[in-house]
Ligand binder design. Structure first.
Ligand code: 13P
Length: 301
């Protein structure tokens, strides 16, 4: 039987938001209460708002996260913020390795890996971002880049409970462009293969988010793709109506997928497949498991 992972919709506010944004967040909290419980919700505001939003979100459907952290617990690092400080302020997740930090601050894969370990040391979960640039995509290097980023950025101690992977093609961030569902399926299948190869049991349960120009209008289609276990949303997470629209589309999609999987599974069991079952499958109700082969591990397609 394939495993159905809980969908995670995470908003990344980036360097946006003042205390004046709190009413917008309160509107998100109010709207989120009505959403289906099968979707996990997270908002990662700038560090200046983590404590205030965590306070408002206490006991609600929305968890609060942060966008980056220093690798050390404390010390002479002017202007930096440690994972422990963010957790103390109320963050339960911390994004590391976002392409904007890799580009703006020259963060290497090794540094991203250290940051993920710092997140765990502080008791939070890490969302590790990977993704290719337009130039790398044009040069046909997408899978090589992702393979290297994942292999070097993800610590050996990664598990389904402490890690979320976010695939964010750099060329899709803030541009209104998105990969086709077929491209997303191929790349998320590739990422799934890599994490399963490295962590055979945990890799099947690790959530892999898609990020890059996710909107209410395209969220359901993207979430329907195999091995897409949620979204990391930038611009559209700043407005309650847009963020809730994405969450609602994903909640509907994941509910539909669960019903579909139940029906397919029931039919399968009734039919000739009874003796074989769904052994060996993985991912989020991926009925096209036969298309994901070790070939993905070795070569670009
Ligand atoms: P947009 O949704 O604005 O394209 O940003 C995606 C992103 O970078 C989330 O981390």
């Amino acid at each position: 039987m394939t495993e159905s992972l809980r969908v995670l919709i995470a908003g990344n506010w980036k360097m946006n938001g003042l205390r004046a944004s709190l009413p917008e967040f309160e509107a998100m909290l109010a709207g989120a209460a009505a959403l289906a419980a099968r979707v996990d919700l997270l908002v990662c505001p700038p560090a200046t708002l983590v404590a205030a939003m965590a306070e408002k979100a206490r006991g609600s459907r929305i968890a609060i996260g942060a966008q980056d952290c220093h690798v050390q617990v404390s010390g002479a690092h002017t202007g930096d913020i440690s994972a422990e400080m963010l957790v103390d302020a109320g963050a339960g997740f911390i994004i590391v390795g976002h392409s904007e930090r890799r580009a703006d601050h020259g963060e290497s894969d090794a540094r991203v890996r250290q940051k993920a370990q710092a997140v765990w040391r502080a008791g939070a979960r890490a969302i590790v971002c990977v993704g290719e640039t337009q130039a790398q995509r044009d040069a046909g290097q997408t899978l090589d880049i992702l393979r290297a980023q994942l292999s070097l950025s993800l610590p050996d101690e990664s598990s389904a409970d402490n890690l979320v992977v976010a695939y964010e093609p750099v060329w899709a961030i803030g541009t209104g462009l998105t990969p086709t569902p077929k491209d997303v399926e191929q790349i998320h299948g590739f990422i799934r293969d890599l994490v399963v190869a490295r962590w055979p049991a945990e890799g099947k349960r690790m959530r892999i988010l898609y990020g890059g120009s996710v909107k209410p209008s395209n969220a359901a289609e993207l979430m329907a793709v195999a091995n897409v276990n949620g979204a990391l949303v930038g611009g559209a997470s700043l407005k309650a109506a847009d963020f809730l629209g994405i969450c609602a589309a994903c909640a509907w999609q994941s509910g539909f997928a669960q019903v579909l999987m139940f029906c397919v599974s029931a039919l399968w069991r009734l039919g000739a497949g009874v003796s074989q079952g769904w052994r060996g499958g993985y991912g989020v109700g991926n009925p096209r498991i036969d298309r994901v082969t070790p070939r993905h591990l070795r070569q670009d397609r």
